[in-house]
Ligand binder design. Structure first.
Ligand code: A2P
Length: 273
């Protein structure tokens, strides 16, 4: 290749990725961390969508990217993410060491089904998550649109240990002072954490609490189950949880929706590798 050919090689700006700067990193546990990056002026997304996030390959190898739900609402100035740490994970083994000022790659095209537009109107919105599956619901539950469309927004988060209840302070206190959704959150938002592997005020898997009716009893809902006329649900987390809850929802007569055809519930697997 001569120098003219090198000079005419496409600049990085034409690639499928933007290069963004890490603004902050918060480590919750040795399995879980959050980080935020700069938002390119041209980047638009809907609350609940995901985007590819990654790092350049080592020693000239291809970049390593994975899908990450954006935890910020669509109007936020910075883009926040919640990630697991996998010791030998191709991306997270390195991503967990990022520091403010470092650069990460971000895809240019956000997408996803955990968006309010994929649901029919309803009375209540259940945002049901396990582990890092909470991420898209941090976006949806900080979006005033959720409170305008639904009378009640219930965020459930199931984790193994109490220390994995990331964002517990946000949902129990900080969100009430949010200038945009604070007043609505005080009245309309219910945070419903459950813990499966140590003692906690609400023990057990969310599936168990749905099947036993405890979830509905705790919320003061007499029906004791999901109702197709009133309840809308988003699911995000482990594949097993999504499969189990989707089966329960279908048994209650609820129908899965999509961007093309809004329905009663939508689902997305959380990022795992
Ligand atoms: P459990 O401790 O009973 O396995 P992980 O950390 O592995 O991603 O799991 C996050 C949470 O999801 C755990 O509390 C786990 O409960 C729960 N979980 C796993 N599988 C299911 C399922 N099929 N239905 C409901 N919750 C589940």
């Amino acid at each position: 290749m001569d120098s003219a050919a090198v000079a005419s090689a496409p600049p990085a700006a034409n690639s499928a990725f933007n290069t963004e700067t890490v603004l902050w990193v918060k480590h919750w546990t040795d399995r879980l961390f959050s980080f935020a990056i700069t938002r390119p002026a041209s980047f638009r997304f809907r609350s609940g969508e995901f985007v590819m996030i990654g790092l350049p390959g080592l020693d000239g190898a291809k970049p390593v990217l994975r899908a990450y739900s954006i935890a910020s609402p669509h109007f936020a100035e910075e883009l926040e993410f919640l990630s697991i740490k996998v010791e030998d994970g191709p991306l997270t083994s390195r991503l967990q060491h990022i520091k403010p000022g470092d650069q990460v790659l971000m895809g240019k095209k956000p997408t996803g089904t955990l968006v309010l537009d994929a649901l029919k109107p309803g009375k209540r919105l259940f945002l049901i998550s396990t582990g890092t599956g909470l991420a898209p619901f941090l976006s949806v539950a900080r979006d005033p649109d959720a409170f305008e469309r639904f009378g009640q927004v219930i965020v459930t988060h199931t984790v193994r240990d109490v220390k994995e209840l990331a964002y517990r302070d946000l949902f129990t206190a900080e969100i009430h002072d949010d200038p945009l959704v604070g007043d609505q959150a005080k009245v309309q938002l219910v945070y419903y954490p459950t813990v499966t592997r140590e003692a906690f005020e609400r023990a057990g898997r969310i599936t168990t609490r749905i099947e036993s009716g405890d979830l509905f009893r705790d919320l003061g809902l007499e029906a004791g189950k999901f109702h197709p006329d009133e309840d809308r649900i988003m699911l995000c987390g482990s594949m097993a949880m999504i499969k189990d809850v989707a089966a329960l929802l279908e048994a209650h007569g609820l129908v899965e929706g999509s961007n093309a055809e809004p329905g009663d519930f939508v689902l997305e697997r959380a990022f795992v590798g």
